[in-house]
Write a protein that binds this ligand. Structure first.
Ligand SMILES: *Cc1c(COP(=O)(O)O)cnc(C)c1O
Length: 354
């Protein structure tokens, strides 16, 4: 990458690193010493800056707050055995960020700003990249509309910010999930494929209802018929049915997950048959009943692979196989972990050393 971007750097003179306890660190609550910020004004990106992480003064009229033009990404940086730092498949997150921007009538961002902003931030906060197994530095690029105007239209001004947050292992136990047949996450013609704020806002109430019923998470179904499985929470969902790995094909209502894509590539590489297609609730329930559904799991950057232990559907609870028997998902998750931590050959060229 060419080092063209002029970035103004203000060093944080009060590092919080020494006082930060990495063990049992909660997801997304602790931020590193710095953040990267850029502005979109007068039709161009400018004011590239690294500064101490902290509040950004803003008008309460900014349109992101009122009308929701806000998009984000999530990726992780890993410490390799050599001590180098690698970001996993950041090119895919960059591509998707601009797909989200386009759908939300926001400006796209040039690759060098996205990538150099991230690389420079990592360089400032290198010591924050954890060395412990199963830990990483989570990176959160976000863009939001900053016009201070209540007019309903696409904003003219935007801010792009990259935050970094050290994270450890996510869920450990297999989850009890409910197949949701009333509320939906996405619909045809909507914004389900964009990583945009409103998709998460609309999911919170149904999620809270499911929690009251004793579930840990939801499996979303299609808005028209509730007969097709779409995603699980804010992650893609996969099944092993009759020995084949099946998952919903990406489209308007399915977010094109980087972890999903990675697991499919690794599965194919292992000679496992993969089907990306419409997945019916009926076949999943039938498989749970007759034992041909041997694995079910959610996949995403935050938790990588989260096993699903029980599925609730129309008042019935279906117990799935013991997670310790799930050789396909655990085998692929292990290989994925080894690749991104530099413990196995990076044969697909997924690691970007910064
Ligand atoms: C972020 C996200 C995913 C997972 O994408 P990754 O790139 O694997 O992290 C899946 N579904 C939704 C709705 C998401 O927001």
């Amino acid at each position: 990458m060419i080092d063209t971007l002029q970035i103004k750097i203000t060093k944080n003179s009060n590092s919080r690193l020494a006082e930060t306890e990495f063990k049992d660190i909660p997801f997304g609550k602790i931020f590193t010493d710095h953040m990267f910020v850029a502005d979109f004004e007068d039709g161009e990106w400018k004011n590239f800056e690294i500064l101490p992480y902290g509040p950004i003064p803003m008008s309460p009229a900014i349109s992101a707050l009122h009308y929701g033009q806000a998009i984000f990404e999530g990726m992780k940086a890993y410490r390799l055995p050599s001590g180098e730092i690698s970001i996993f498949r950041a090119d895919k997150n960059f591509e998707r960020f601009n797909i989200s921007a386009d759908r939300m009538a926001m400006p796209t961002i040039p690759e060098e700003i996205f990538m150099q902003g991230i690389a420079t931030l990592i360089n400032m906060d290198r010591d924050w990249v954890p060395t412990q197994e199963n830990y990483a530095l989570y990176l959160r690029p976000v863009m939001f509309a900053t016009d201070d105007s209540l007019g309903v239209r696409a904003s003219s001004n935007y801010k792009f910010v990259v935050l970094a947050s050290p994270t450890g292992p996510y869920y450990t136990k297999a989850l009890k999930v409910k197949i949701e047949t009333k509320y939906t996450r996405a619909n045809e013609g909507g914004v389900g494929y964009a990583k945009t704020a409103g998709n998460y806002a609309r999911s919170l109430y149904p999620f809270a209802q499911a929690q009251k019923e004793g579930f840990d998470q939801l499996i979303w179904t299609d808005s028209a018929t509730h007969s097709f499985v779409e995603e699980s929470g804010a992650a893609n969902v996969m099944f092993v049915l009759d020995g084949k790995l099946i998952t919903a094909a990406v489209g308007e209502t399915i977010l094109n997950g980087v972890t999903r894509d990675t697991i499919i590539a690794l599965a194919k590489d292992k000679g496992i048959t993969v089907e990306e297609r419409k997945v019916t609730v009926a076949e999943i329930i039938a498989g749970a009943k007759n034992g041909t559904l041997t694995e079910a799991f959610a996949v995403g950057t935050a938790a990588t692979v989260t096993q699903i232990g029980e599925i609730g559907y129309e008042g019935e609870l279906y117990q799935l196989s013991d997670s310790s028997t799930r050789t396909i998902s655990t085998g692929i998750a292990k290989e994925l972990n080894e690749i991104r931590n530099g413990l196995a050959a990076d044969k697909f060229g997924w690691n970007w050393i910064v």
